[in-house]
Design a protein around this ligand. Structure first.
Ligand code: DQA
Length: 140
């Protein structure tokens, strides 16, 4: 089974970015844990701070992957282009947010992605990525 994690802007700073909100674990460290936990999974990880690169990556993997786990960061709240890419591809996309965006500023309460995603996992920390993997594994 092929699953792809795509992270958007500033998520490369996990571990040192506002640790009181996002925790103190780096994504690379967490990704290694995921690889160890799911050795039989073809699991890839892509991060970009650029909207267009996220669109291109969705197009690249979105017709072959069995599932995509997308945390588009701040583009969640602004990007029609990423929402259109999610609609355009055939792989199902789960939207993940580490923090509970509904408990934060109101500009974080709207997502362009939620309506076109298969589902959303919000506010459960990095565990959200693992829960999304488990969903895809149970619903192959
Ligand atoms: C985030 C929430 C977004 O509002 C924010 O811009 C991020 C991270 C999260 O995972 O909680 O960069 O997507």
């Amino acid at each position: 089974m092929k699953l792809c994690i795509i992270n958007g802007p500033n998520l490369n700073l996990l571990g040192k970015r506002e640790p009181e909100i996002y925790g103190s674990t780096t994504f690379n460290g967490f990704f290694s844990e995921l690889k160890n936990k799911y050795p039989d999974l073809n699991l890839s990880y892509f991060q970009s701070n650029s909207e267009g690169e996220i669109v291109s990556q969705l197009q690249e993997v979105g017709f072959g992957a069995d599932g995509i786990i997308l945390n588009a960061g701040a583009y969640t709240h602004t990007s029609v282009a990423i929402a259109d890419a999610v609609s355009a591809i055939s792989s199902p996309v789960i939207e993940v947010h580490i923090s509970n965006v509904y408990a934060r500023e109101t500009f974080r309460h709207h997502s362009y992605l939620s309506a076109v995603a298969k589902g959303c996992i919000i506010g459960l920390g990095l565990d959200g990525y693992r829960l999304a993997i488990d969903y895809f594994l149970r619903n192959q």
